[in-house]
Design a protein around this ligand. Structure first.
Ligand SMILES: CC(=O)SCCNC(=O)CCNC(=O)[C@H](O)C(C)(C)COP(=O)(O)OP(=O)(O)OC[C@H]1O[C@@H](n2cnc3c(N)ncnc32)[C@H](O)[C@@H]1OP(=O)(O)O
Length: 482
């Protein structure tokens, strides 16, 4: 991306739905319902109704086979032009940040002018399937033409075959959950329980303050009757956090709890990216520019690397290529998979031996100013619908930079499979630097013709009908007050 022949990548803006605790207010929502809502949020915000976009890249980590090409199905459920192509991709918790990087590369190279990227995940609507043996019987039954063939399909049947198979919740190569892996990292890096609880408490405090101050008003669009993230706990205390039992290691050494880990959550987020020309042509604002990125992986299987330590590598390599130091940032958005993951990452960057021996640097990257990190809360407080987190963070950081007027922000996301995705967003001193930005998002949305408005309404109705909505008013109001 630093190549001068490449075009600048504008972040026009993002939209997401409120994130909710697993099995709560989105229990009736599918990945498609939620991704459609995030996409439609961007469409409405930037007056894209009926428009053909050049590219849509999005994904989910936990999917059903019925999800098909989820990104394309979501496009067809919005009022974007059906001529908009879309691709579904997955890189665990890095999915929608990686989607932005892939789309950004296409914009930079001149291949496309604009792209919508996003992610969604549900831990409420998970695919629970039968054992392979029973599934094979059903396939045989489906093909059977005679009564004898139908009977044969069930020859030797055992009721144990009916035991449901829930989705995998552990790393395929180690059999350990993310939490168990992060416990190991916390113990290796001597991260205390108190440090983790303090970080978690701060995350909740900042997220609650940001909601109260209206920071999320432009970024989060109510969905299914929910108006606020229902995971944020403004009333949490250090004493309460300290009283929670370790969740992943009950040997007495464990320090990761429900309070300092991300909770299983449902939600979606999307971001619109474009070339400078396209932004100008459509008179849209540029909140920030996507200027650098890097993806890295660590060997957590045969090597002795921590599963969630790859962002240390991705960020180090990105900084080297960008010619920047770790302190050259006004804001840091570090995905809080677990409070311990963030603390291990910060400690690794401060460690001379880790930075020289593992990252091949001349010395430590050093400390960051913690008051600039996750300034409006992180994944511990807001929630972490896996594939949605990258787009949430890109949208949030772009918004933070817009409000600051100018500056530079660093994004760091750890993923399952031992990977890390990093990116840099920047905002020029002269503001947007791209389109005049005269037509603000709200003005753009306000200009929507009544014909388009009713088309959008009809489409949303169509989508809503597809899911059996049980948006209980009482429950939704409760979330609004959370
Ligand atoms: C790359 C990556 O991003 S990896 C990360 C991927 N994500 C994950 O792996 C998800 C990890 N999280 C989990 O698996 C689960 O959330 C767990 C296992 C940590 C906890 O699950 P649960 O036990 O169901 O959590 P639950 O929400 O019920 O909380 C347990 C208790 O802690 C309390 N609690 C949780 N957070 C707080 C808080 N901030 N303040 C006060 N109390 C809290 C709850 O009220 C609850 O108390 P109760 O038992 O009295 O009702």
């Amino acid at each position: 991306m630093p190549d001068n022949n490449l075009r600048r990548i504008a972040i026009v803006g993002g939209s997401r739905i409120p994130f909710c605790r697993s099995g709560s207010l989105y229990a009736d929502q599918s990945n498609l319902d939620m991704l459609t809502a995030a996409f439609q949020g961007v469409v409405d915000r930037y007056n894209l109704s009926g428009k053909k976009l050049d590219q849509v890249i999005a994904g989910a980590v936990t999917t059903h086979s019925k999800d098909w090409n989820l990104a394309r199905e979501a496009v067809l459920s919005t009022d974007l032009s059906p001529l908009t192509p879309a691709v579904t991709m997955q890189q665990a918790c890095g999915t929608s940040l990686q989607a932005a990087l892939l789309a950004g590369s296409q914009i930079a190279s001149g291949e496309i002018e604009c792209a919508l990227v996003g992610g969604t995940d549900t831990t409420s609507d998970v695919p629970i399937v039968f054992k392979r043996r029973f599934a094979q019987r059903l396939m045989k039954l489906n093909k059977a033409k005679t009564f004898g063939q139908r009977l044969k399909a069930f020859k030797g049947f055992s009721f144990s075959e009916l035991a449901p198979q829930p989705p995998r919740n552990s790393e395929p190569r180690t059999g350990l959950s993310m939490g168990q892996h992060c416990e190991r990292m916390a113990q290796e890096w001597n991260i205390t329980r108190k440090e983790q609880d303090e970080l978690a408490l701060e995350s909740h405090r900042k997220a609650a303050e940001a909601w109260d101050a209206g920071f999320f008003d432009d970024l989060v669009r109510p969905h299914n009757g929910v108006i606020r993230d229902n995971i944020v706990r403004p009333d949490s205390t250090l004493e309460k956090l300290a009283s929670l039992r370790p969740a992943f290691d009950r040997s007495g050494k464990g320090s990761l709890t429900a309070g300092n880990s991300t909770t299983l959550s449902d939600g979606s987020a999307a971001v619109l990216l474009a070339s400078e020309d396209w932004v100008r042509e459509h008179d849209l604002p540029v909140l920030a520019w996507l200027t650098h990125s890097r993806t890295a992986a660590v060997d957590y299987v045969d090597g002795d690397e921590g599963l969630l330590m790859a962002p240390t590598v991705a960020v180090a390599e990105m900084l080297q290529r960008a010619g920047l130091g770790l302190q050259d940032f006004d804001f840091y958005e570090i995905h809080e998979a677990f409070a311990a993951q963030v603390l291990c990452t910060l400690k690794a960057w401060e460690s001379e031996s880790y930075c020289t021996e593992r990252l091949g640097l001349d010395g430590p990257l050093g400390s960051i100013d913690r008051s600039r990190m996750n300034v409006h809360g992180g994944s511990v407080a807001i929630g972490h619908p896996f594939a949605a987190t990258g787009a949430r963070i890109v949208g949030t950081l772009a918004h933070v930079l817009e409000k600051a007027g100018s500056g530079r922000g660093l994004i760091s996301i750890c993923t399952a499979g031992g990977m890390g995705v990093a990116a840099i967003l920047e905002r020029d001193n002269n503001g947007s630097g791209g389109g005049s930005g005269k037509k603000t998002a709200k003005k753009a949305a306000g200009k929507k013709s009544s014909k388009k408005k009713s088309a959008a309404k009809a489409t949303r109705k169509k989508t809503a009908q597809k899911s059996e909505t049980a948006a209980g008013g009482g429950e939704s109001t409760a979330s609004g007050e959370s």
